[in-house]
Design a binder for this molecule. Structure first.
Ligand SMILES: *Cc1c(COP(=O)(O)O)cnc(C)c1O
Length: 385
């Protein structure tokens, strides 16, 4: 645990107890023996990878999944011993590095195996074979492609086939036809696999949506991402509410300047906003370089438990709001989260930007320190600056 200092009045809060709760809720729905990969790619969806990884493992996750070898190595160098899977592309020439860090990587091309078999390995290379059952992104699509890859495993004991897996494209939608088609394709590939491969492997297919909605259909591992952070993968899953998730992320700031403007005065670049009457205008020290992007002009924030609109253009480091009255400097401003009876959710910000909730914490940049809480107590601050 490290308590770092920071010298600005904007920060994100990550409540690790909520992550604990969300994981335990999912675990409670899964069949006995089905385990969890905690997906902590992209700095744990902007929440803080090392802290979330530690919490997830403490809460019962058996392994971690990321997208990049760089992300996996960062976790290893932070002292994390649990299995780590890189779900995305790893260059063949980096396979030796992956093995040295005991990081499992994803394979789906025979050309990749052909290149990798010429390298010298001191430690086994653990591989998960990706099957493309309809996502159309990465993965083998035919039994022929599968066989070509498996031949390399037979010929080289350095390669350890740890798992086979796939990814669903529509598990969060009301209409389950395409999801079921992907399941059928997976079963077809798996029945071939079982005939030609005798050793035991892990199987993981489900993301948050599939694992929450169809827990009985999940085979021995699920990959739990967005919902571990307390966000629903879609409005459909939010309405079904298989688990009453609790969001872990909030975004906070403070009023650093408050003034009364006469009617007809302009605010911010381009002088696009004009006060209609005498107005109290507050300045907030957060801007698009922090990920609070210019498109959020017009969105509301909470001050004193009430909603106040962002007025004028958002600058790189600051933006302005229209206040209903004068407030003292240092008054807390909540951009995402609760104040009194009111709440601005990540979903509301995503809707305003016509995007999905996944994108919102991811876009809050490294300039915004993350403050971690456990059972209401601040336990750590991470400030990359
Ligand atoms: C990101 C990702 C996940 C996690 O998906 P969520 O919808 O966030 O649960 C699972 N599997 C793969 C391959 C991914 O890339």
């Amino acid at each position: 645990m490290s308590i770092e200092t920071f010298y600005r009045d904007s920060w994100a809060e990550v409540d690790l107890s909520k992550i604990d709760y969300n994981i335990r809720q999912l675990q409670g729905r899964l069949s006995a023996g089905t385990e969890i990969y905690a997906v902590v790619k992209a700095n744990a969806y902007g929440h803080g990878d090392i802290q979330v990884a530690h919490q997830a493992l403490k809460s019962g996750a058996k392994a971690l999944a990321v997208s990049l070898l760089d992300e996996a190595i960062r976790l290893r160098e932070a002292g994390i011993e649990a299995p780590i899977l890189v779900m995305g592309w790893t260059r063949p020439e980096d396979a030796v590095t992956a093995s040295e860090y005991r990081v499992s990587v994803t394979v789906f091309q025979k050309e990749w195996m052909e290149k990798v078999q010429h390298f010298h390995f001191e430690k086994p290379l653990k591989l998960h074979m990706k099957w493309d059952t309809g996502m159309g992104r990465i993965g083998v699509r035919t039994t022929k492609e599968m066989d070509d890859i498996l031949d390399h495993f037979r010929n080289n004991p350095t390669f350890e086939l740890e798992a086979v897996f796939t990814h669903f494209a529509t598990a969060d939608e009301e209409e389950t036809g395409y999801f079921e088609e992907q399941e059928r394709r997976f079963k077809h590939l798996f029945s071939h696999f079982e005939r030609v491969w005798q050793e035991n492997v892990e199987i993981h297919t489900g993301n948050s949506a599939a694992s929450m909605r169809f827990p009985d259909r999940m085979k021995n591992f699920v990959r739990f991402g967005i919902s571990m952070y307390g966000l629903y993968p879609s409005d459909v899953v939010k309405e079904e509410r298989p688990i009453a998730l609790e969001p872990a992320f909030s975004l906070q700031s403070r009023l650093i300047h408050v003034k009364k403007l006469d009617a007809g005065e302009a605010v911010s670049y381009g002088a696009t906003y004009h006060t209609r009457k005498e107005e109290w205008i507050g300045t907030i020290p957060l801007g698009y370089a922090d990920g609070w992007i210019r498109k959020l002009q017009g969105m509301e924030v909470l001050v004193d438990g009430k909603r106040h609109p962002i007025v004028g253009r958002i600058c790189m480091d600051q933006f302005m709001i229209r206040l209903d009255q004068e407030y003292p400097l240092g008054t807390k401003v909540t951009l995402i989260g609760k104040q009194g009876a009111h709440e601005i959710t990540t979903d509301e910000v995503a809707d305003y930007l016509e995007t999905i909730n996944y994108e919102i914490p991811c876009m809050i940049s490294y300039r915004v320190p993350r403050m971690f809480f456990e059972n209401g107590h601040m336990v750590e601050v991470d400030n990359p600056l």
